[in-house]
Design a protein around this ligand. Structure first.
Ligand SMILES: C[S@@+](CC[C@H](N)C(=O)[O-])C[C@H]1O[C@@H](n2cnc3c(N)ncnc32)[C@H](O)[C@@H]1O
Length: 261
């Protein structure tokens, strides 16, 4: 698996002209749920936090505001967007979670959203994250799962959406089923007080609809060549997922929370 393409090498590269808009749409779709979940945690004002695979850094920025006496590190394999936004108080690090040593320090909170399912070494990375928690520290992992797409009666929405999941798996090894059992995986990593929930963002004229359309555009050659998606089907899908008169569940996000003893 190591010599295959990884997230960001080509597919979803931060250098792609539409990648900022795609990450913005994703953050808009998911931030309210993430902030609500993080707000429930009993974090001290001076908590040390690590946000891994932070993309635009919206979660790190929120943590800086929420914990003014804390220390927040936002780390990404390609932190170009984080640096460009220059959030005061947010420490930015270039960090490949599959290849680099984890930061030396321990953290009271480690959060990663829509990262691990993209990494073939996801289980090992999850366990390494759990080990970097300070005693009593929290791990919050959020990842997408495909089941709402599998049951959709809408076409071409279902066909193209499932082909997208398969295409991303073939290109970079993303597993869009793995997170179904995230709470159990956190327990297996030795964490306690484990709980979780699942939320679904809808497509249509919504941030998730925009995200899904922009993702399909980056995958259009794969969809056509390897998954039998015809150009007119892709055009109909692109219209459908951003149309004001269309609504359907998109990928679900499973959130799992656990604490180090
Ligand atoms: C789908 S985006 C999610 C961004 C953000 N977490 C969010 O939910 O809005 C995945 C992010 O993980 C980063 N990433 C991918 N592989 C990584 C790795 N091996 N180490 C660190 N970051 C990585 C990407 O650069 C990208 O910013």
């Amino acid at each position: 698996m190591l010599d295959t393409e990884q997230y960001g090498d080509q597919l979803f590269s931060h250098a792609h002209p539409a990648e900022t808009a795609r990450l913005e749409a994703l953050a808009q779709a998911l931030d309210p749920g993430t902030f609500h979940r993080l707000e429930q945690l009993p974090l001290r004002e001076d908590a040390r936090c690590l946000e891994v695979g932070s993309g635009l850094g919206t979660v790190g920025e929120w943590l800086v505001r929420r914990l003014p006496a804390g220390h927040v590190v936002a780390a990404d394999r390609d932190p170009v967007h984080l640096r460009a936004r220059g959030v005061p108080g947010l420490e930015v690090r270039r960090f490949d979670v599959t290849a680099d040593e984890f930061p030396e320090e321990s953290f009271d909170l480690i959060h990663a959203r829509w990262l691990l399912s993209h990494l073939p070494a996801r289980q090992e990375v999850l366990e390494r994250m759990a080990r970097r928690l300070a005693p009593g520290g929290w791990l919050v992992i959020e990842d997408p799962v495909r089941f709402p797409l599998e049951t959709s009666p809408e076409q071409p929405y279902r066909k193209v959406s499932l082909a997208m999941c398969d295409a991303v798996e073939r290109r970079i090894g993303t597993d869009s089923r793995w997170a179904r059992t995230l709470p159990e995986l956190l327990s297996a990593a030795g964490l306690t007080d484990v709980h979780g929930d699942t939320r679904t963002s809808r497509v249509g004229r919504t941030p998730m609809g925009r995200f899904w359309r922009l993702s399909a555009e980056q995958l259009s050659a794969d969809l056509r060549q390897d998954f039998g998606v015809a150009p007119d089907e892709l055009a109909a899908f692109s219209h459908q997922v951003t149309a004001a008169d269309f609504t359907a569940p998109g990928l679900a996000t499973v959130t799992a929370v656990g604490r180090r003893v």
